[in-house]
Design a protein around this ligand. Sequence first.
Ligand code: ADP
Length: 472
Amino acid sequence: MSAVHPLIAHAPGELVSAFVVPAVSLVYLLTVDWRLTLVTLVPVVTAVALVPLLTLPARLREQEEYDAAMGRIASSVVEFVQGIPVVKAFGGGGRAHRAFLTAADDFVDVFSRWVRGVSAVAAGMQLALSPPFVLLVVLTGGAVLITSGGMTPAGLLPFLLLGPGLTAPVAALGHGFDDLQAARRAAGRIRAVLEVRPLPEPAHPVAPRGHRVELRGVRFGYEAGHEVLRGIDLVLEPGTVTAIVGPSGSGKSTLVRLLPRFFDPTHGSVVLGGADLRELDGRELHRTVSFVFQDVRLLRASVADNIALAVPSAGLDDVVRVARLADIHDRILALPRGYETVLGEEAELSGGEAQRISIARALLAGAPVLVLDEATAFADPRTERAVRDVLTKPAGDRTVLVIAHRLETVAGADTVVVLEDGVIVERGGPAELLARNGRFAALWRSHRPAVPDGGGGRDGVSREVPEEGESR
Ligand code: ADP
């Protein structure tokens, strides 16, 4: 957007002033002596003739590479900065900024190639448009005319005064050219985003009957030719908790993101209360499926308003009830003005406390289908316990799907689903699976339900089971 801004906000005004003054000067000079006027225009014509050399296909390609290299630098800086806590905790600083150094070297290569291509042309244009060169051309032409008696020396004066100003439009175009090109490419990228088609909403939405969730022969891939889920059949019964375990990269996050319809399966269907998600009204779906996101967003508003975000009409009684369930009630009472305390102004909450607020929020929203990612949902054991209580105790007839990383959660689930490489390799109750002594039993023994390969997650967060798990 900021690259497009100059084109829309500044270019019109600048172009008008850059063209009007020289145009008036030109008309005046033509009335003085048309021959010397033509001579005075030689530098401008020369510069304009060079412009096409800047827009050769090879140059445009280099410009795009330049943009891409800039983008890579920007994103590697962001990645690096975001990863600083992990780097501090685990060392490995050298590896962390290698991506940035590679991006920077890359940029130097691209930039050098681009400069080599355009510098000679750009220098030629600047020379042609420079006042000394214009004056030289005017003086030479004037001298020839004066010595041949075609003009008086006084007639030369307007050309010397106004001639250098005639190059202004070309110089302005030259300066604006880069901005213009950048704006054009930026507009192309904006268009690409705008052209992404939203998931289609049904013309005649169907109402779900109940909240049994069923995945039928679901296949999905982010890119063509690479399937992340390869034929998933799964039923989530109301009133049960289903835990998904499996190595990182096996498709757990992808699977749970199908429920709030972040994307549609490429084959098969996700069915809620007997209706394909594609047949449901989007708002109805959001009321039915709650998703506890990995990064908690609290608003600069009172604690009560933060909890009641999805249900603004909720009374304080309801807010307190869910705050108790999420084990955050006592902490809220200790704040300067209790439930009226404005977060971010009068009080700051810790990560775990903020998470419990967001859990209370999800509870109040009361969506009958709850999707949780345990790995990122718990900052501390207390929050973890609060959620487990919420998940297991009064599940009522809520349908719960959780990506489980802790043995306790897995043990408390009604059904465990082991996912490997996009297929379900085992399913059943935790005790039953342990007795079967298969993949799940191996994961259980390794004490690392999420990452049996021992690596960190994609986000670099350690997911080992904490000590209470080790003591089992
Ligand atoms: P898990 O949650 O089990 O670690 P994910 O569902 O996150 O697994 O990832 C499964 C596969 O899909 C991985 O190979 C991952 O690289 C790929 N993947 C995940 N998210 C995206 C995305 N937004 N675009 C492309 N590929 C992705």
